[in-house]
Design a binder for this molecule. Sequence first.
Ligand code: NAD
Length: 441
Amino acid sequence: MWTPSDNEGALLHRIEDRSARVGVVGLGYVGLPFAVENAKAGFTVVGLEENAERAAQVSRGENYISDVSDAELRGLVAAGKITATTDFSVVKDLDVIVIAVPTPLTSNLTPELRHVEAVTRQIAKYLRRGQLISLESTTYPGTTEEVMLPILESSGLKLGNDFYLAHSPERVDPGNLNFHTKNTNKVVGGAEPRSHEVAVSYYSKIIDRVVPVSSAKSAELVKVFENTFRAVNIALVNEMALLCDKMNLNVWEVLDAAFTKPFGIMPFYPGPGVGGHCIPLDPHYLEWKAREFNFKTQFISLAGEINRRMPVFVKEKIARVLNQQGIALSRSTVLMVGVSYKNNVSDCRESPAIEILRLLRQEGVNVVYHDPYVPSVVEEHFSVEGQPLTDTLIKGADLTLITAVHSCIDYDALVDKSKHVLDTRNATKSVRRNRDKITLL
Ligand SMILES: NC(=O)c1ccc[n+]([C@@H]2O[C@H](COP(=O)([O-])OP(=O)(O)OC[C@H]3O[C@@H](n4cnc5c(N)ncnc54)[C@H](O)[C@@H]3O)[C@@H](O)[C@H]2O)c1
């Protein structure tokens, strides 16, 4: 007679001997490196991607994510370890399905789970006994069990008896040279004990250290807490920057000195705002969920408020700096250097630099930009082409605004050639000449 443990035993066996077939849904910044790591661990991987061009690129072994090595992906595709498709009917042939699709916010700062829901409905259509489904997208505690589980069980199959469900938040830090998918500790929580066991066993085959927690909800909260921790600490130093501006103190000097304390403090730096897919968005997932418990997450709303104010502050500071030189903001040319949301990457999602670009254009400023990683900025109501960083470009601007630090840029030369520099990132920290041309955030 068949028992639930037969499913579990068979799946554990396939995970153990690497004969399990793994599906990775969403081949973006998180999904593609994770697919590669699975293949390197010996699993055969199928990427499920709604963007047909991306699926075709991966199937041809063409890489488009900077954290993935071109040669490694090409080799794994050539060896038949990775393929990609847009067709969800392959789900029936898979043993493990990992989901890494976007979890954005609506314009009212509430969770937008349409990608997770759409994928779960597709999986439910082809769900069969003995499969593990794991959600890696960042979300509020309860998504896996309250949103995904009912959709999956609408197939007629039962959690823990027929299939397994877990949450394991992704912690990838694009561009980080020390920590990547394999050596970043991975938190795993199952929706019930059998799911937990299967998920921990699976992730242990791929990631150096797995950190089990008692439930999927705990795992979901771990991730949003981590991002909230960053959002709140960045807001704290941003608030210090706003105060130092009023007190005419150098916030960078103050913070650098504070961070020499060998205990009880951790470095965070101010900037033109926060960007990326995580810090500006994820804490609001928790804020929204907390309301169900009649609980107001005050740190989250305050941090969001301060961090969102920074681009406006930068615009006001630009106007002030130009004014001191007798130039009206609306008649000025501003050269922005670096528009991605952080150093040495091309990712522009939620980039505060782009918000500043938009605010400046609204004021009638002639904004030009240079970013070696970003050829063009395409927004809903405008698009701007990036420019090579020529002497003519620099000398033609009334102000150079540094909004992201890319190590390939020569900041000494940039300052030499600029009329004035507003540095929102302390990129010019080690520039010695022409300090009088530089205004710091
Ligand atoms: N990028 C990061 O640094 C990072 C870090 C940690 C966690 N996360 C989280 O991981 C999740 C994924 O983020 P990302 O940065 O990889 O996003 P991404 O936009 O780079 O990739 C998501 C991919 O999913 C695909 N997709 C969307 N809907 C789909 C569907 N219905 N079926 C199949 N494919 C679909 C998209 O086409 C895209 O290729 C998000 O929840 C994010 O918050 C991201």
